[in-house]
Design a binder for this molecule. Structure first.
Ligand SMILES: [Zn+2]
Length: 227
């Protein structure tokens, strides 16, 4: 568990999470409950009925309302000591860079590679740890990046794969993956445990298997080769 000094480090930290739906929502909850000092959440759009199978920060009464404000309000009810800044859209390149400069860790939970790669670039440029969480159906994956030390997301995906607009989402998998992303952030910020630096953890929920693979840096990576 966390030492008093580790808990204090967590309290003095700022974490950026985009987006805060099925994965980022549980990640935000776990960091709020753990006592992170400041959370910046970013998520555009309004709550729709189809979100309710996974978006734990939403509820029936939030339907039709802007997600970011609703999600921010909910998080504030969970821990009065946590400061929550809610941004009602997904950041573009310059905003992502600005947010990274005032964050200590980024947790990336968007469905599109374009956004994930943008957040990875912002983290690498700012020199802060980057945690990428993703899911598809019954599988969840985590990648933890230490800029300049480990492979980054762009080392793995130099080009964004095509976006699949409709993909299967199971709340039990997305919430488990988001919680594990929060755990990586808590370990990094508090100095407890061994973060999954430079590795991809995959949870195959269909088979119940967990695998970890070490990721190699790409010498020609356009994002991190010079870092
Ligand atoms: Zn790279």
């Amino acid at each position: 568990m966390l030492s008093a000094a580790g808990q204090e480090r967590l309290k003095n930290a700022t974490v950026l999470i985009t987006r805060v739906g099925g994965m980022g929502g549980p990640a935000a909850m776990m960091l709020t409950m753990a006592g992170v000092g400041r959370l910046i959440i970013a998520h555009g759009g309004k709550m729709i009925s189809a979100d309710l199978n996974r978006q734990v920060l939403g509820c029936e009464s939030a339907l039709g309302k802007p997600r970011a404000a609703e999600f921010g309000d909910y998080l504030r009810t969970m821990n009065r000591f946590v400061e929550v800044e809610a941004i009602p859209h997904e950041p573009d390149d310059s905003e992502a860079a600005e947010l990274a400069r005032r964050s200590d860790v980024i947790i990336s939970c968007p469905p599109t590679f374009e956004e994930r790669l943008r957040l990875n670039r912002a983290a690498v440029q700012a020199g802060i740890p980057f945690i990428d969480a993703a899911q598809w159906g019954m599988t969840g994956t985590l990648i933890v990046v230490q800029p300049g030390q480990t492979a980054c997301l762009e080392c793995l995906y130099p080009d964004a794969p095509p976006f699949e607009e409709f993909f299967p989402v199971l709340g039990a998998i997305s919430s488990a993956t988001g919680s594990l992303a929060a755990l990586e952030a808590i370990k990094i910020l508090s100095g407890s445990g061994k973060p999954l630096w430079g590795q991809m953890l995959t949870y195959d929920g269909y088979q119940g298997n967990v695998t970890k693979i070490k990721l190699n840096r790409r010498e020609t990576c356009a994002c991190c080769a010079g870092v």
